[in-house]
Design a protein around this ligand. Structure first.
Ligand SMILES: NC(=O)c1ccc[n+]([C@@H]2O[C@H](COP(=O)([O-])OP(=O)(O)OC[C@H]3O[C@@H](n4cnc5c(N)ncnc54)[C@H](O)[C@@H]3O)[C@@H](O)[C@H]2O)c1
Length: 377
């Protein structure tokens, strides 16, 4: 299967590296080869020259879409470019692994969704790799088992401190024009909603607390320019499982002191509870009532190491540990297995419907921030 990448920046290079690690997967039905990369900046293409399967380095993606040898396209570009590029890939009939936030806003996501509905031959999913950590998979399976009992509350978050320095120059990710009005929610929100939405916990209401902590940053010539995106967003939601409603909180923060790519998920019920954070990537915490000899029943949080195995088996020893690049490889393994129809009941990438729903949630959050009210997505 031949893969092309459009956008050879931070994520384009990460995905190219993941595809080179494909032999780590055991008995995967697909063997992808990265054959072409497109970036409007020729300098960004240089890094890809060392990958010997890459035969095409181009600056206009339309040539790639006309190339019959390419089956799958991964697109990692600015948010304001998503709608046009994703729709063009889908219309070409090739499969698409899109990047979050799947369009700059809800109307862009709807246009991508409409193109996808018209071209079912184009298999479309959206990127969100953090739930592919083995500890996250453990937590998801635990929740799906019903072990929580009646749910008390759940939380999912994604934290960075990359913008803590007010002297850090502006970039496209910090400007509404390119990132989108939802700001940090567009940047990090897909990561926090993938698992809750997959568990069926779409929110019925959203109350938002959004902060623009650094409103100006140095521009290209050093003078201050507006930094008009939301830096931090906490959404306090009501969600539902069956007839039972419970609070679900998501946190997306660009300014969370000390944090570097910390994704966490926590779900607590009256019978059981589970916590996982990439801050301690090996460890899962599990709550239960235990019987202690000579004492009786106690409430206990216990810790276990999740090991290395995630959605698709790998040659890595089960007692070893995992990291970001492993999660990326697992996400691609799930994407290509699902495209082949062999994912089964394993955890898959974000669907177009789920991605579009995140925009309705972010839009509700913006309205909640503006009015101070709790808003229905
Ligand atoms: N899944 C994740 O963990 C994760 C992490 C970071 C970024 N992202 C997402 O990935 C996307 C890209 O982010 P990034 O950090 O890689 O950005 P980046 O700025 O590092 O790279 C974007 C690249 O796209 C190129 N480009 C711009 N217009 C183009 C066009 N028309 N055709 C081809 N190339 C073009 C730019 O020259 C640049 O090299 C965004 O949607 C972002 O939200 C995802």
């Amino acid at each position: 299967m031949n893969v092309a990448i459009v956008g050879g920046g931070l994520m384009g290079r990460e995905i190219a590296a993941a595809i080179q690690r494909w032999p780590a997967l055991i008995d995967h039905p697909v063997r992808p080869r990265l054959t072409a990369v497109c970036d409007i900046n020729p300098a960004a293409l240089e890094w890809f020259r060392d990958i010997d399967t890459v035969t095409g380095l181009v600056t206009d993606y339309r040539g790639l879409l006309a190339d019959d040898s390419i089956d799958v396209v991964y697109v990692a570009v600015r948010h304001d470019l998503h709608e046009q590029l994703y729709v063009d890939v889908i219309n070409s009939g090739k499969s698409l692994l899109a990047e979050k936030p799947f369009g700059i806003d809800g109307s862009a996501a709807d246009a991508i969704l409409a193109a996808s509905a018209e071209h079912p031959e184009s298999f479309v999913r959206c990127s969100s790799e953090m739930p592919f950590y083995p500890g996250a998979q453990w937590a998801i399976d635990y929740v799906k088992s019903g072990a929580l009992g009646t749910i008390i509350e759940a939380r999912c978050g994604f934290l960075h401190s990359s913008d803590i320095d007010p002297a850090k120059p502006i970039n496209w990710k910090r400007q509404v024009e390119y990132c989108g009005e939802a700001g940090v929610m567009n940047d990090l929100g897909m990561h926090t909603w993938h698992v809750p939405l997959r568990l069926g916990w779409a929110p019925t209401s959203v109350s938002a607390v959004l902060q623009n902590i650094v409103p100006e940053r140095p521009g290209p010539d050093g003078t201050s320019v507006p930094c008009d995106t939301w830096d931090n967003a906490v959404l306090q939601c009501w969600s539902r499982e069956g007839d039972h409603v419970f609070p679900l909180t998501t946190e997306t923060k660009r300014i969370a002191p000390g944090e570097k790519n910390t994704w966490f998920f926590e779900a607590i019920g009256v019978e059981g509870g589970v916590r996982f954070s990439t801050k301690s990537p090996k460890e899962v915490e599990v709550f239960s009532r235990i019987s202690v000899p000579g004492i009786g029943t106690e409430q206990a949080w216990q810790r276990l190491d999740a090991g290395s195995q995630s959605v698709w088996p790998t040659v890595t020893g089960g007692i070893f540990e995992t990291g970001f690049s492993d999660a990326i490889l697992q996400m691609w393994a799930a994407f290509l297995a699902e495209r082949e129809g062999v994912l089964g009941d394993r955890f898959g990438c974000v669907t177009p419907d789920e991605a579009a729903l995140t925009h309705r949630i972010f839009d509700a959050a913006l309205r909640s921030q503006a009015t101070g009210a709790s808003v229905t997505p």
